[in-house]
Design a protein around this ligand. Structure first.
Ligand code: ARG
Length: 561
């Protein structure tokens, strides 16, 4: 909160240069109990330097803290408790929000800079996995946060459409492929024959050679191979598109790995020119011993190039196209080594922008404590998960509000919102346990709870015919203070969530804000009270941050539920 900075500045000024502002800032607490004030500074760590008891120090410093935002400064034991000037801060915050509600919480520090996000990136002919869902929603939220901070963003969907596995798939299709079934159910059918091929090749190793020769054909642009590959790709993209449509997420660029096939020789030549390539049992690698990493494999002994080579090429191409200031790769933990290698190789190639690549890694989605696997036939089809969430949301709404007009559309916003929020409310680095029951309750830490709170607040505004031009920002309502403080904090929460690449900061904020509203609402008469306009103004401010925060996470905020 802004006031925390003011306090830190004053304290460090009073304490002298041995106590820098940032150090002081780190010590300031925000008490949970209202009677301890809004901010508190513990003096215990000062005792040694000043050779006085913390309580004495608190007593001495307290009267020196003076600012129009401090209403009262009280030394209590070893603490200095600060009570903020509620009416001043409320007035200031609400005025600021009302001047341009859509811009509240926005920042300018990203102006003129571009951030490229590598996100989603499912693999064709395979089901869209939970990992890809995580990448999609985390990437989307980070893009929204970046935009809110003034950056230009480029969202890139780097489709996995190349690699030796497609040789196997083509070989499998020759053996067991059925055009009609693939047309009807492309991903399921292709996964089936791919798995079958995998099993069968354990018994009959000659299949491996068949797979290899089909990959070779694909590399050599054999007409039949390319035709099938293209068909599988288009059919897969069509399936993925259904998921993106449900999620309400789109991309600035959808570009597969294969796009870089004919561009990789440039990268390899550059590596050669810089004398970075080394022969290793027929393969070519870039050694990375000096940074304690295993060598980065660039070209296999059979001459085929690999994942890393394409990523190097793609990074260079992206820099040439966008001159990005940062490139975020939203990809699971298991690829940490890969991205370290990519970054180091680019560094060795002397690309000044190499340090601006950042792997935004995340944990797994678990079901009953185990990885949700797409292999072993235990396929979890994401589209089905989303549809199931929507159906359950429909049932919930039917129970709560049977006369709701556009119930279908709202159920979609609630069901999808629930799935997205459930992912984003956790620190992305942790694993997430998947549970439809938990994500859909209206009472827990869920999107439906926040959406429902927003809708209740919106209906109060509607009933009270609130208009911005009638807003009242003079303030005399102790009970609304927790809401005011939250609203005041919103811009800082946005900034921190962006800087830490951590959408869960927004998610947690939204839960706090919803709880604050519900507590206020339970205790306060809003409509037809003597302070109706002022109270509605506070509620309006709250709906602004709730909606904006939800939208940053990629979640809709319906006006009714
Ligand atoms: N398609 C890959 C996978 O599913 C993820 C790609 C991530 N992005 C990248 N630039 N490597 O594992």
């Amino acid at each position: 909160m802004v006031e925390k900075h003011i306090l830190a500045l004053q304290l460090s000024h009073i304490l002298g240069e041995n106590f820098p502002r940032d150090w002081v800032h780190g010590l300031i607490e925000t008490p949970k109990q209202a009677d301890h004030g809004d901010l508190a500074f513990p003096c215990f760590q000062l005792a040694k330097t000043f050779r006085k008891s913390p309580a004495e120090i608190a007593k001495e410093i307290a009267p020196k803290l003076q600012h129009q935002v401090f209403q009262q400064v009280r030394p209590v034991g070893g603490y200095i408790n600060i009570f903020l000037n509620q009416s001043f801060i409320a007035n200031h915050t609400l005025q600021q929000l009302l001047t341009d509600p859509g811009q509240f919480g926005a920042h300018q520090f990203g102006k003129g800079e571009t951030i490229v996000l590598d996100m989603s990136a499912p693999n064709i002919a395979k089901p869209f996995s939970m990992g890809h869902l995580r990448s999609t929603v985390i990437g989307n939220a980070l893009a929204n946060l970046a935009e809110k901070c003034g950056y230009e963003t480029v969202k890139i969907n780097y489709i996995g459409d190349y690699g030796t596995q497609f040789g196997k798939l083509l070989a499998a299709y020759q053996k067991w492929g059925d055009e009609k079934s693939v047309r009807e159910n492309p991903i399921q059918e292709l996964t089936k024959i791919y798995v079958k091929f995998h099993e069968a090749s354990k018994e009959d190793p000659s299949l491996i050679d068949e797979g290899r020769s089909w990959f070779k054909k694909l590399e050599e642009q054999d007409e039949e191979a390319v035709k099938l590959w293209r068909w599988f790709k288009d059919a897969s993209l069509e399936e993925f598109e259904k998921i993106y449509r449900l999620l309400g997420i789109d991309f600035d660029l959808t570009r597969g790995e294969a796009y870089y096939n004919d561009k990789m020789s440039d990268t390899i030549n550059l590596l050669k020119d810089e004398q970075l390539l080394v022969d290793s049992e027929g393969a070519q690698v870039v050694p990375l011993d000096e940074v304690s990493l295993p060598p980065c494999l660039i070209r296999k002994s059979d001459g085929t190039t690999i994942y890393a080579t394409r990523d190097l090429t793609a990074a260079i191409d992206r820099f040439n196209n966008y001159q990005f200031n940062k490139a975020l790769y939203v990809v699971g933990h298991e690829q940490t080594l890969h991205f370290q290698q990519i970054q180091q190789v680019l560094q060795k190639m002397n690309f000044s922008w190499a340090p601006n690549l950042k792997h935004i890694s995340f944990g797994m989605m678990l079901k009953d404590g185990k990885k949700m696997s797409t292999r072993q036939g235990k396929t979890v089809l994401l589209e089905q998960v989303l549809k199931e969430a929507i159906t359950r949301a429909e049932e919930n709404i039917e129970e709560k509000n049977p006369t709701l007009a556009n119930a279908g559309e709202i159920a979609e916003q609630v069901g999808v919102g629930a799935v997205i929020f459930h992912d984003l409310k956790h620190d992305r680095r942790n694993d997430v346990e998947f549970s439809l029951e938990d994500m859909l309750t209206f009472e827990g830490n869920t999107a439906p709870y926040i959406q429902y709170t927003h809708a209740r607040a919106a209906s109060l505004l509607e009933k009270g015919s609130f208009r911005i031009k009638d807003a009242v920002t003079t303030f005399d309502d102790e009970l609304a203070w927790p809401i005011i403080k939250l609203v005041r904090n919103y811009p800082e929460v946005v900034e921190n969530a962006y800087k830490d690449y951590d959408p869960s900061k927004i998610a947690k904020y939204l839960l706090d804000a919803s709880r604050a509203f519900n507590q206020y609402y339970a205790k306060t008469k809003i409509l037809e009270s003597d302070q109706q306009q002022a109270r509605l103004t506070v509620i309006f401010a709250l709906t602004v941050v709730l909606k904006d925060g939800l939208n940053i996470l990629g979640i809709q905020a319906p006006l009714q539920m």
